[in-house]
Design a binder for this molecule. Structure first.
Ligand SMILES: [Zn+2]
Ligand SMILES: [Zn+2]
Length: 360
């Protein structure tokens, strides 16, 4: 019996060694790679919205603080087949690529304000939509000042455009299609909103919010086939936003938990990191606490409040519970903490709010 076990163990060892040796052969490795690659590229583009649906996909729910689980601020709104991207935070374009979002259907980009965490991947959006087959200029809407930001990215990406056209050919990557066009959307003094676009049943409205000294800063409302999504942008709790978000199905609102940020600031100070501690001290003044955002959602009568631009990062369930401390007392239902990949679909002429998560 003992001899049999020894033989069996020796045989298993030989088979494992042989398997390992086989796996290390380039031909076998290439076979494994080919199968893995085929599995990845065969994945179809996700259905973001049916013909009559409005939907919102969170492509970045983080903030300027580093967070491996969350890209910088980004929301994609789909109205039927038309896609609009609100803000382009760090990592957001990579998220969209991993989810196989059809970049060729991006009809426009909207920027809420020009803080660095909201604009860094504008150049990547320009590039990836062009590579995906965009044949007209990419429209980029935003507060006055958008022209300066877009001109900067145009200049920074000019050499890249030239290289890629030379390398792949102008028939494949026509340089005339590459640029972005800036569309400044002024909101007149005394008004709090302005129409960005009203086309084929889709209306996009810019809403002035309060985020001084980043002025003007906007939120955006999307109305399509009786459904509506509002993106707050960065703001303090804002009555004008509540009015403009009246009856919205989904309000995607920023949130900064002041006690948690204060605790982070105190820890940084104790560690002698005074510069970072000062920033933690300064930022609550121009953001919204979760309780403040919940009040605005209630005033608006929004059906679902989804938090984004989360400060501080929320790595686990304890942090997420702390973030929502006090919110249930103000708004017992219809509150969620957003995450990258959350897709909320709103079928036309219905009250349904359907949620799924896209994964890379
Ligand atoms: Zn900001
Ligand atoms: Zn921000």
């Amino acid at each position: 019996m003992r001899r049999f076990l020894l033989y069996a163990a020796a045989l298993v060892a030989v088979l494992v060694a042989a398997g390992y040796w086989a796996l290390l052969q380039p031909a076998v490795e290439m076979w494994v790679f080919r199968h893995a690659a085929a599995r990845i590229v065969e994945r179809p583009a996700p259905v973001l919205a049916q013909k009559d649906e409005l939907s919102v996909l969170l492509c970045g729910t983080g903030s300027p603080l580093p967070d491996r689980q969350r890209a910088g601020p980004c929301a994609l709104v789909a109205a039927g087949g038309r896609l609009f991207i609100v803000d382009a935070g760090i990592g957001s374009v990579r998220n969209l690529m991993q989810w196989h979002v059809p970049f060729e259907n991006v009809a426009g980009v909207l920027i809420t304000h020009f803080h660095s965490d909201h604009i860094p991947e504008l150049g990547e959006l320009r590039l990836q939509t062009w590579v995906a087959g965009r044949r007209t200029h990419l429209s980029v809407y935003g507060p006055p000042g958008i022209g300066q930001v877009v001109a900067g990215f145009e200049q920074a990406y000019a050499l890249d455009t030239q290289y890629r056209t030379e390398h792949h050919g102008a028939a494949f990557l026509p340089p005339a299609a590459a640029p972005m066009d800036a569309h400044a959307v002024p909101i007149p003094a005394g008004a709090t909103t302005a129409v960005v676009l009203d086309q084929n049943g889709l209306k996009i409205t810019a809403i002035r919010v309060h985020h001084a000294p980043a002025t003007p800063a906007y939120g955006y409302r999307f109305d399509y086939k009786g459904r509506s999504v509002v993106i707050s942008g960065d703001t303090t709790p804002d009555e004008d936003l509540a009015r403009a978000a009246k009856g919205a199905d989904v309000l995607v609102h920023e949130g900064l938990q002041p006690q948690m940020v204060a605790a982070l600031g105190a820890a940084l100070k104790t560690a002698g990191k005074d510069r970072a501690a000062k920033i933690m001290h300064d930022i609550p003044g121009y953001h919204s606490s979760p309780v403040g955002a919940a009040r605005i959602a209630n005033e608006a009568g929004a059906k679902l409040l989804v938090f984004t631009h989360l400060l501080p990062p929320l790595p686990d369930w304890i942090a997420r519970r702390l973030f929502l401390e006090g919110v249930a007392a103000v708004r017992p239902k219809g509150v969620e903490i957003g995450h990258d990949g959350l897709l909320i679909r709103l079928p036309a002429h219905s009250d349904a709010i359907e949620q799924t998560t896209l994964r890379g």
